[in-house]
Structures are given as C-alpha cells and as structure tokens.
Design a protein around this ligand. Structure first.
Ligand SMILES: CC(C)(COP(=O)(O)OP(=O)(O)OC[C@H]1O[C@@H](n2cnc3c(N)ncnc32)[C@H](O)[C@@H]1OP(=O)(O)O)[C@@H](O)C(=O)NCCC(=O)NCCS
Length: 177
C-alpha cells in the first residue's frame, strides 16, 4: 500500500484493514478494522484529520480531503461508491454514498441515509436518518426503512467488501506490470 507520513502526521491503519497498493493515504488519517480501500482512492489528511470507521468501504476513485482544523468523520459500515468526493464532511454509521456523489464542506449525512448516485450536497447540508436524498442539489426523495430493498442492497455491498478485505491479502496477485 502507498502510505505517507507528513512530518509527524502518520496514518494509523488497523492491521485488518486492506488498502490497495494503487490507493494513496497521506498524513493524519485513521482507518478502522476491516476497512476496504480500493485502487485510485485518495485519502489525504494533509490539512485536516480524516477518520474512517470499522467495516466501511472506500471504492475506486473516491477522494476524501479535509479543511484545516476540520475532522472528516466517516462512521462504521458505510458504503462509499466509485468516484464519490467527500470534502470536510460527516457521515453517520450505516450510510451509503452513491457513485459520483459530492459532499461539500460541512455537510452531514445522518446514519443509515442513502445519498443517490451523482447527488450533490451543498455546504452544510444536513440530512435526516433513514432517508434517501437525490439530485443536484440533493433533496429528500423518500424514506428508507430497514426492510427497503435499497437498504438490503447496501447491506450486501458492505458484506461483500468486508469479505474482500479478508480475501485480498492472500489471493490478490499481480501477474503483469
Ligand atoms: C436513489 C435510489 C435508491 C432510488 O432508487 P428507487 O427508490 O428504486 O427509485 P426509482 O429508480 O424508482 O426512482 C424514483 C424517482 O427517483 C429518481 N431518481 C432515482 N435515482 C436518482 C438519482 N440518482 N438522482 C436523481 N433522481 C433519481 C427517479 O428518476 C424517479 O423520479 P420520478 O419519480 O420523477 O420518475 C437509487 O437510484 C440509487 O441511487 N441507489 C444507490 C446505489 C448505490 O449506492 N450504488 C453504489 C454502488 S457501489
């Protein structure tokens, strides 16, 4: 994995997490247990701290960055889809951020919320738990109960990535440069 300290800012990555060698982790970053970080993800804690909770997955091309003195906190069992951008935001446990969604400075995604693919959360937008938000700018689309098919799909994604986290270290083999 490509992990950089920046002076005395040293990433703290749990032994059970998996960070792909083509991902980049810099500075003041804490990564919890069984977190999966896919190729081309950038988690850049050079300005403000970034914390990622247990069993969260950060998919390909995701960008996470923090403003100075701001702590970007991502909860447990959060699914962050391909190419999402998270900038100085808070994401509660069990939330899902769809592919290419953008979370701007100070936005707050409540627990078990789903932010739809390609949604844009304006700065300081705050969502309510167990809801779906979509669009540009993101607006409430509907409720998201525990038995909702979208909820079950998210849980399957989370389980898949926890399994890959345990699987990759022993089975991923580079076969060509
Ligand atoms: C938001 C989401 C849950 C909606 O699914 P749904 O409840 O089945 O909704 P539907 O597809 O029936 O669409 C309902 C309405 O929402 C709109 N909508 C759906 N997805 C939207 C999106 N991403 N942005 C804007 N509007 C959206 C539809 O156009 C439709 O509008 P209408 O009622 O005016 O026709 C789903 O589109 C989604 O984005 N899932 C996220 C998947 C994900 O996390 N992927 C990551 C994989 S790693």
């Amino acid at each position: 994995m490509v992990v950089y300290a920046l002076g005395d800012l040293v990433p703290d990555i749990a032994d059970t997490a998996y960070v792909h060698p083509l991902a980049c982790v810099i500075g003041d970053v804490k990564i919890g247990e069984r977190v999966f970080v896919a190729p081309q993800a950038s988690i850049r804690g050079d300005n403000g701290r970034i914390e990622i909770g247990d069993e969260t997955n950060i998919q390909d091309g995701v960008v996470i960055h923090s403003d100075p003195a701001f702590v970007t906190r991502i909860g447990r069992r959060v699914n962050i889809g391909h190419n999402a951008s998270i900038h100085s935001s808070y994401i509660g446990d069990g939330a899902a951020i769809g592919m290419s969604a953008v979370l701007m400075v100070g936005s707050v995604v409540a627990e078990n919320c789903l932010i739809a693919n390609a949604a844009l959360l304006h700065p300081k937008t705050e969502t309510e738990p167990y809801r779906v938000y979509a669009g540009v700018p993101a607006r409430l689309l509907r409720d998201l109960g525990p038995d909702d098919p979208a909820r079950r799909t998210i849980e399957k994604y989370v389980e898949t990535y926890v399994r890959l986290t345990l699987d990759y270290p022993s089975r991923l083999v580079k076969i060509r440069d």
